[in-house]
Design a protein around this ligand. Structure first.
Ligand code: MN
Length: 727
């Protein structure tokens, strides 16, 4: 065997925490298999290939992972790069390890149309595998860390691509897992390849920073040491801390600050034994320096979503210089550096259960639970790019932390609004949202949430649901996806309703009052891709199929004959209309009935209607849902229908519920005139809880136009709900 790598180097680390002989034998066996399989393969640097999996295993060992994860690290490239298959790994090392190796292995066999697509497919494969087993991503991060350390040997173009991919997906993953050490190294090394000039500039500035700042920090550390001395803390560590280069770079670029402006480049960290000690140290610091208001954060009581715990405070020194102090226990310090790896470090003699570990991690790391849920969701995006983008945007970049009224932390991406919050909690909550209250103030739905906000969502059972402009307000892919599917379904429902009305009218015009569309009949439309009665209505509403054709097929008649019948019918209706106070309503068998539209329910063309024969006023036409109908005598109800070619407008009453706003009435009136309607009456009243109810009577040609106008009206931000009055 080659002695390019010394197995003892790995053993030295693993033997510190893996004592069982059978575990050590397993690792040794995996090392030998990998060594043999990669024999004769070389890296771009010219070194034997085995160096790579070996170093990956060493990185994993410093994280104190268990034997199975170490074996997966040693074997992680064998399926991709050698003749050894997944089945071989199952046979020699078991399914558990084989699945980990498979999760890290790239999707190879498929042909990709582009590099982007290939990358997206691989990310999706990895994220899905990670949702099943967190150890996959630990191995992948160790793999990426060694690759980025040795990126120098690759051609420039490839270096930059790998560095960008690392910044986009692997560093955020490490961050979300609380693995600060690995995250910082991934970021800083990647920056070297992505923006070499800035990398050199910042690292030189850190090295050569001879400003008073460093002296001040050294001086202040001494000062604090003296301050704490009399309290006899048993174990205490005080050190200056240097931010990672990439986070300084990001602040300089995104906040457009100069290096000198970033005053927290240097900070002081105090590490003690217990939580009680942490608060005592905080008390001593605050008693001796002036704390800056609102800069104190208690991440011990409320940990960050990546499990980070610490007390943070920014104080002013006696020389008037500002610095940050972080106070934490040794245990917290380990979690702050190694995150999930420290929290779930391998424990010998405790039987390992993947299911138990997955469950524990999902309950500690909320986003990981979301990833698992999202991976299993049926409605998830089908394109791998959309899948990966959703995870990147909604989960990995979700670094704004807000609270529910019960104190639950919800993480959202920057720019997220109350709608994103509502949909993240539950789809039904999102769909019924009419307003939001943030920190006890009513805010518009497009309010940008900030870390620390406490949000409660105002809902209304009768809400018409999301409107088109919610797509401009929602920032997360998750919320947008849910809004889109609601709108698609709603549009479909409206169209089905419209198609049914069309067909009803056509049947009535042909003197068919009760029609029954059987499955057998629907078969005649199979070539139109119609498989259900809803499909039929839908195609009619879309204009792909005429209701005339349907009726003529129903009657078994030739279309031309029917056309003639229809034009005769229309002619007749027109005659009726001209002789009858133009209500637009037709009554079978009567050439000049005395007709009136009910002023209670104000029916308009397209509405389902019924006539009521009164004593003395002739026939009064009501909407079928009119609240007065239940008091009427059934035997006096008669069939009536709308004429097909009505050219007039009708009064219709609607009721609007809205958040009180100066521009409300103006916006409503603009919407009405933009929809070519005119106002007959308007009346607004306010309720004590800042709600306004507007009663509106407009002139409107038919129910389809009304529906369109209401869709537009719903785009007015502060409107919660709209309904037809008296129905
Ligand atoms: Mn590798």
């Amino acid at each position: 065997m080659a002695d390019y790598v010394n197995y003892n180097d790995l053993y030295e680390i693993t033997s510190q925490y893996i004592k069982k002989e059978e575990s050590q034998n397993l690792i040794r066996r995996a090392y030998d298999v990998a060594n043999k399989l990669h024999d004769g393969q070389y890296r771009k640097s010219g070194e034997p290939y085995i160096i790579h999996p070996f170093q990956v295993a060493c990185i994993l060992a410093t994280l104190h992972v268990g034997p199975a994860t170490l074996v997966a690290g040693l074997l992680h490239d064998v399926v991709e790069d050698t003749s050894y298959t997944y089945e071989d790994v199952v046979r020699d090392f078991g399914k558990d390890i084989a699945d980990m190796v498979d999760g890290v292995t790239k999707v190879g066999q498929l042909k990709f149309s582009s590099l982007e697509q290939k990358q997206a497919e691989n990310h999706q494969h990895m994220l899905l595998a990670m949702g099943k087993d967190i150890r996959v991503i630990i191995v992948k991060l160790a793999d990426r860390l060694h690759n980025i350390r040795t990126l120098g040997a690759l051609p420039h173009e490839k270096q930059e691509r790998i560095a960008r991919e690392t910044l986009e997906i692997y560093a955020p993953l490490a961050h979300k897992l609380g693995m600060f050490r690995i995250k910082a190294e991934l970021e800083d090394t990647s920056l070297k390849y992505v923006d070499n000039a800035m990398y050199n500039k910042i690292s030189n500035q850190i090295k050569n920073d001879s400003s008073v700042r460093i002296q001040n920090v050294d001086h202040t550390i001494d000062e604090i040491k003296k301050l704490l001395e009399p309290y006899n803390f048993e174990n205490i560590q005080i050190k200056g801390r240097i931010k990672n280069i990439y986070s300084i770079y990001k602040k300089m670029v995104t906040q457009n600050k100069s290096f000198e402006d970033i005053y927290d480049v240097l900070a002081i960290r105090v590490i003690v034994d217990s939580i009680a000690d942490c608060y005592q140290v905080l008390g001593i610091i605050h008693a001796n320096y002036t704390p800056i208001p609102k800069r104190f954060k208690d991440y011990i009581a409320v940990p960050k979503p990546n499990m980070y715990q610490s007390l943070h405070t920014t104080v002013i020194s006696n020389d008037g210089f500002t610095f940050e102090v972080q106070i934490r226990t040794f245990e917290m310090d380990k979690v702050a550096e190694y995150g999930v790896a420290a929290h779930w470090a391998y424990k010998e003699n405790v039987e390992y259960s993947k299911e138990k570990e997955q469950f524990e991690i999902a309950s500690k790391l909320k986003w990981y639970g979301e990833l698992i849920k999202f991976s299993e969701e049926e409605e998830k995006p089908t394109e791998s790019k959309d899948f990966v983008d959703t995870i990147k945007e909604d989960i990995l970049q979700a670094n704004v932390y807000v609270y529910t009224p019960t104190g639950e932390v919800i993480d959202l991406p920057k720019g997220a609004t109350p709608l994103d919050f509502a949909y993240k909690i539950h789809t039904n909550l999102g769909n019924k949202t009419v307003g939001a209250i943030v920190n006890n103030h009513i805010v518009p739905l497009d309010y940008e949430l900030k870390t620390g906000d406490i949000i409660s969502i105002k809902t209304n059972k009768n809400s018409f649901g999301p409107s088109e402009n919610w797509l401009n307000i929602a920032k997360t892919s998750h919320a947008r996806h849910k809004i889109k599917s609601f709108l698609n379904k709603q549009n479909r429902d409206i169209l089905i309703e419209e198609g049914k009305k069309n067909l009803d009218i056509e049947f009535k015009n042909n003197k068919i009052s009760n029609y029954d569309l059987t499955d057998e009949f629907l078969e005649k439309f199979q070539k139109n891709n119609i498989n259900s009665i809803d499909d039929l209505y839908l195609e009619i509403a879309k204009g792909n199929l005429s209701s005339k054709t349907v009726v003529s097929k129903y009657q078994g008649e030739d279309i031309r004959v029917v056309d003639e019948a229809i034009s005769k019918q229309i002619e007749k209706n027109q005659k009726i209309l001209t002789t009858n106070s133009d209500t637009g309503v037709v009554v079978e068998g009567l050439t000049s009935p005395q007709l009136k539209l009910g002023s209670c329910c104000n029916p308009i063309p397209g509405d389902p209607i019924v006539g009521y024969v009164t004593k003395g006023f002739g026939i009064v036409v009501h909407h079928i849902n009119c609240t007065n109908l239940k008091n009427f005598q059934r035997e006096r109800l008669i069939d009536v229908s709308w004429a097909t070619n009505i050219d007039r407008k009708y009064p219709v009453s609607i009721k609007i519920y809205a958040k009180s706003n100066m521009n409300l009435l103006l916006d409503i009136m603009n919407t009405i005139s933009a929809n070519n309607m005119s106002i007959l009456a308007i009346n607004a009243s306010s309720t004590p809880n800042l709600e306004t109810i507007v009663k509106l009577k407009v002139m409107c040609p038919n129910s389809i136009e009304l529906e369109k106008m209401i869709v537009n009206m719903k785009k007015i931000k502060y409107i919660y709900n709209i309904e037809r009055d008296n129905l």
